[in-house]
Design a protein around this ligand. Structure first.
Ligand SMILES: Cc1cc2nc3c(=O)[nH]c(=O)nc-3n(C[C@H](O)[C@H](O)[C@H](O)COP(=O)(O)OP(=O)(O)OC[C@H]3O[C@@H](n4cnc5c(N)ncnc54)[C@H](O)[C@@H]3O)c2cc1C
Ligand SMILES: *[C@@H]1O[C@H](CO)[C@@H](O)[C@H](O)[C@H]1NC(C)=O
Ligand SMILES: *[C@@H]1O[C@H](CO)[C@@H](O)[C@H](O)[C@H]1NC(C)=O
Ligand SMILES: *[C@@H]1O[C@H](CO)[C@@H](O)[C@H](O)[C@H]1NC(C)=O
Ligand SMILES: *[C@@H]1O[C@H](CO)[C@@H](O)[C@H](O)[C@H]1NC(C)=O
Ligand SMILES: *[C@@H]1O[C@H](CO)[C@@H](O)[C@H](O)[C@H]1NC(C)=O
Ligand SMILES: *[C@@H]1O[C@H](CO)[C@@H](O)[C@H](O)[C@H]1NC(C)=O
Ligand SMILES: *[C@@H]1O[C@H](CO)[C@@H](O)[C@H](O)[C@H]1NC(C)=O
Ligand SMILES: *[C@@H]1O[C@H](CO)[C@@H](O)[C@H](O)[C@H]1NC(C)=O
Ligand SMILES: *[C@@H]1O[C@H](CO)[C@@H](O)[C@H](O)[C@H]1NC(C)=O
Length: 633
């Protein structure tokens, strides 16, 4: 066959992939041909190196693209470029001032629906620097702060490729926002161009999918799919898949890439353990397939190595399961009569802690039965007394109600014996756990906006009497001495339960019996006031970390869940990635030698820092309002 030289060349250098695509919108790709007369959108060549510049360009810099250049870029995007003001801009005098809208924002501010549907807003806004909050003083100023300047509202692979190439070639900070649930500002960045994946909505159920190491039920979904979209699909197709409990959490972004825990974690493993195939735009702008036979290193890193680090996933294929019923019930006891808890009788403090310890002693059995424990120890107030309340919701997949009752009875009897008069709890059985509550699930969750820290407690903290005593003492000290709230999640995604995947989730997950989060609920902040008015963030953080140190001391080799941890975790490499860190860093260098993808406490983030963020009271808090620069320049 005769090919004209130019066409021949374009075939040779074409970025068009040869793998099977999951969705039609993935066929819409950037071609070499269209980039030839437009250098700002060109792909990175195999030899192109990191830019010499030490800092990312920001508006006002001589090399920041001109209005005309942005307009040309927008035209190439087919008009998908947005320049959004922060969500709360309606509360500030100026062209966007809208008193009614502002009032509405104030009422809805803690609802996840509000933030997930906005091109830049996020749930935990402290990381933005709070330069634009829903204020009652329209005369104060709203600035862009940690929110990106431009956003590509992506609906095709081509949009994602254009954003990646434009940002890399123009030395602009690039961020990726999906739902905006990340607690530490990983989905925003000051002076950045953002790729907003929220509208990459598509989902296909395959009854008999073939992947390199798997044949069977599977689901392909686009990067914008959220847990509630999957709840509906589970109902439609009569199957179960692994999703977040928070109904608005995005699946292919931070959730799967950070591990992803759920009600089925001790039964089927983590969300990252279910992944069969990933399609993504990498830092060079190329669209690639990653699975057990192709780009294996990328495939490995994407499954647990953290979101926003190795490339931008456009779609993903995961295993699905037959409908897997769950039986569930809750128990609670308190040191104060608590009107919020039915049948609660106040027990003495020592009895309370004995009861908590009895629960810990039950956790290995709970996890080994495939179950989940979702517990809290809270400081609660009743009339004029302050006390402690323990609650735990215990869920057991694939258990009937009689089996559940049989499983829970010994724990209840133990609690009764030590003086906690609890009846057997009412038990519900959900045929399809996630579809139980679809109407409520689509109205969003309430989010707090606070900082916390976390740690995995391991099987070795539970499996001897002395270890359990030691762990219990550390938790009691944390709650009573520190005054903190404890939120523990009991699960055990062992390698065996997970089907022996070779992926990048923190190895400590495989030994975990409880992921424990701690925070100061009295410092809970509703996001409506500038953080500068909250005193001494740094000393609060230092104090929390001094208590966390006691947990770290008794959990050597353990870690913390990257999606539910402290952005300023000491020894964060170990804490979030463990022994995988160096291997992940090598994958990162291979696929992103430009350092295009930066997220706070992500792999390779030690090479960068956000400079110039400023504001009273935020000393020592890692916010995203500034300029991203290489460390030490
Ligand atoms: C109310 C609530 C409930 C939660 N429930 C659970 C739960 O049940 N289980 C659990 O494990 N976690 C849970 N989380 C934590 C959740 O997993 C993380 O917040 C996670 O980062 C959310 O991912 P996202 O993509 O939706 O969010 P985003 O904040 O939009 O993104 C998170 C990170 O992923 C990156 N990213 C997003 N999309 C892509 C993409 N397509 N390609 C590459 N990188 C991408 C972003 O850049 C960012 O670094 C919950 C959080 C909240 C606030
Ligand atoms: C680049 O070339 C194509 C034809 O190959 C043309 O349609 C397009 O307008 C050109 N773009 C610019 C920016 O010159
Ligand atoms: C991009 O183009 C579209 C359609 O022309 C327009 O609506 C939009 O405002 C433009 N975006 C920017 C940032 O100018
Ligand atoms: C805002 O400024 C205007 C004009 O200076 C003034 O009339 C108004 O009272 C101010 N509002 C507040 C809430 O301070
Ligand atoms: C983003 O794109 C989608 C699909 O074209 C469109 O429906 C939506 O309105 C856009 N969002 C914004 C904020 O422009
Ligand atoms: C699933 O596909 C495989 C081949 O890919 C085939 O061997 C098998 O019979 C199919 N199973 C069903 C239930 O269709
Ligand atoms: C749904 O799946 C379950 C378990 O595989 C099966 O028992 C049930 O009959 C199915 N229901 C429908 C409506 O297909
Ligand atoms: C409360 O106690 C009553 C009587 O003992 C019992 O019938 C009921 O189920 C209990 N309710 C709960 C929520 O435990
Ligand atoms: C709470 O304290 C107030 C004032 O000290 C007192 O009047 C009231 O009776 C107390 N209530 C209870 C339930 O103890
Ligand atoms: C669920 O339990 C039944 C018996 O109780 C068992 O036969 C079946 O294998 C279990 N299912 C899974 C997926 O483990």
């Amino acid at each position: 066959m005769f090919l004209p030289p130019l066409l021949f060349l374009s075939l040779l250098t074409s970025s068009a992939p040869v793998f099977a695509l999951n969705f039609d919108w993935e066929k819409i790709q950037l071609t070499e041909a269209e980039t030839r007369n437009y250098s700002a959108i060109q792909f990175a060549g195999p030899l192109s190196n990191a830019p010499k510049k030490n800092c990312r360009s920001i508006p006002g810099d001589a090399d920041w693209p001109t209005e005309a250049q942005w307009a040309k870029f927008n035209k190439t995007l087919g008009g998908a470029l947005l320049k959004p003001r922060p969500l709360a801009a309606a509360c500030y005098s100026g062209p966007q001032y809208d008193a009614n809208r502002c009032q509405e924002l104030k009422q809805m501010w803690s609802n996840t629906f509000l933030h997930m549907s906005d091109p830049t807003s996020i749930m935990s806004q402290w990381s933005s620097g709070n330069t634009c909050v829903p204020t009652s003083n329209p005369n104060s100023t709203c600035s862009q702060g940690g929110y990106p300047v431009y956003v590509v509202n992506a609906t095709t692979v081509r949009h994602v490729q254009l954003a990646v190439n434009f940002a890399r070639n123009s030395n602009i900070r690039l961020v990726v926002k999906n739902s905006g649930h990340d607690f530490n500002g990983k989905s925003i960045g000051g002076n950045a161009l953002s790729v907003w994946t929220h509208n990459l909505k598509a989902l296909t159920y395959h009854t008999n999918y073939s992947a390199p190491e798997y044949t069977g039920r599977a689901v392909a979904y686009g990067a914008g799919i959220q847990a509630f979209d999957a709840y509906k699909a589970m109902s439609t197709y009569n199957m179960t898949m692994i999703v977040a409990g928070g109904s608005t959490v995005g699946l292919a972004g931070g959730f799967v890439q950070g591990g992803g825990h759920s009600t089925y974690t001790s039964f089927y493993g983590l969300a990252a353990d279910q992944v069969l195939r990933i399609q993504a735009v990498t830092a060079s702008g190329k669209f690639v397939n990653a699975d057990a036979e192709e780009n294996e290193d990328l495939y490995w890193a994407f499954r647990g190595g953290g979101g926003g680090t190795y490339g931008i996933i456009t779609s993903i294929v995961v295993k699905a399961f037959p409908v897997t019923p769950v039986a569930s019930g809750s128990i609670a006891f308190s040191t104060v009569a608590n009107p919020a808890i039915k049948n609660s009788t106040a027990v003495p403090v020592e009895t309370f802690w004995k009861g908590v310890k009895e629960y810990w002693a039950y956790c290995i059995a709970l996890c080994d039965a495939g179950g989940l424990g979702y517990n809290f120890i809270r400081h609660t107030h009743s009339a004029n007394t302050t006390g402690l309340t323990f609650t735990t919701s215990i869920s057991l997949p694939n258990h009937t109600i009689p089996q559940y009752r049989q499983f829970i009875r010994p724990l209840i009897q133990k609690l009764n014996t030590i003086g906690i008069p609890l009846p057997l709890p009412p038990i519900q059985r959900f045929n399809n756990y996630y579809t139980r509550d679809i109407p409520n699930a689509v109205s969003g969750d309430t989010v707090g906006n606070t900082r916390f820290a976390s740690r995995f407690f391991l099987r070795s903290n539970y499996d001897t009497h002395s270890a359990l005593e030691e762990m219990h003492a550390a938790i009691r000290d944390f709650v009573e001495g520190g005054g903190y709230t404890l939120h523990g999640i009991n699960y055990s995604p062992t390698l065996e339960v997970a089907g022996n995947p070779d992926n990048a989730v923190h190895p400590a997950f495989r030994e975990t019996i409880m992921h424990a989060e701690g925070f100061d609920s009295s410092a809970w902040w509703d996001g409506k006031t500038p953080i500068a008015s909250i005193s001494s963030q740094k000393s609060q953080h230092d104090r929390l970390q001094s208590y966390m140190q006691k947990w770290r001391d008794i959990t050597p080799g353990s870690g913390s869940y990257i999606n539910e941890g402290d952005a300023q975790e000491p020894e964060w490499k170990d804490a979030f990635f463990g022994s995988n860190y160096e291997r992940l860093a090598a994958v990162k260098r291979r696929w992103d030698r430009w350092g295009l993808f930066y997220t706070v406490s992500g792999v390779g983030s030690d090479e960068w820092e956000v400079k110039g963020s400023s504001g009273g009271g935020r000393e020592g808090v890692l916010t995203q309002d500034g300029r991203l620069c290489r460390v030490g320049v």
